[in-house]
Design a protein around this ligand. Structure first.
Ligand code: ZN
Ligand code: ZN
Length: 139
């Protein structure tokens, strides 16, 4: 049973919707996610990119990940809110940000990644699986 996600940016210029079974939900504590979010970690809900329908204009900022892949972070050019990201490693993957959801309680992370660069003031849920860098890919 696919879950329906709807959300958008702070100013409302960009909206998205998606019905899908998420591949994963997790917190990324890498320095790039700290910089991009302005906070302790980035929140990622991994979904099939083809299922994500976006209305409004987004701008992308591309950065090179540790793996050598390009990570494209999409944000609203009006209000700057982070919305989703895509990676060249998996073209059919989109990762939406939990805080942009209309119902952010839909976010149920199961893992913390790049914990090696987590900050001392970043208090993580001890119940979640921890990976110092990128977790090994399954399948
Ligand atoms: Zn906006
Ligand atoms: Zn990250």
């Amino acid at each position: 049973m696919a879950t329906r996600f709807t959300g958008g940016c702070l100013c409302g210029a960009v909206r998205y919707e998606c019905s899908a079974d998420p591949f994963f939900m997790g917190n990324c504590h890498c320095r790039d996610c700290q910089k991009a979010s302005g906070s302790a970690y980035g929140t990622d809900i991994g979904l099939p990119a083809t299922a994500l329908k976006i209305s409004g204009v987004v701008k992308y900022y591309d950065s090179r990940a540790d793996s050598g892949n390009t990570l494209r972070r999409a944000f609203c050019p009006e209000c700057g809110a982070r919305l989703f990201a895509k990676t060249s490693a998996m073209p059919d993957l989109a990762m939406i940000t939990a805080g942009s959801l209309d119902d952010p309680s839909q976010y149920q992370p199961t893992l913390d990644i790049f914990t090696a660069s987590a900050q001392p003031w970043d208090h993580m849920n001890p119940a979640l699986a921890k990976f110092p860098k990128m977790p090994p890919m399954e399948g």
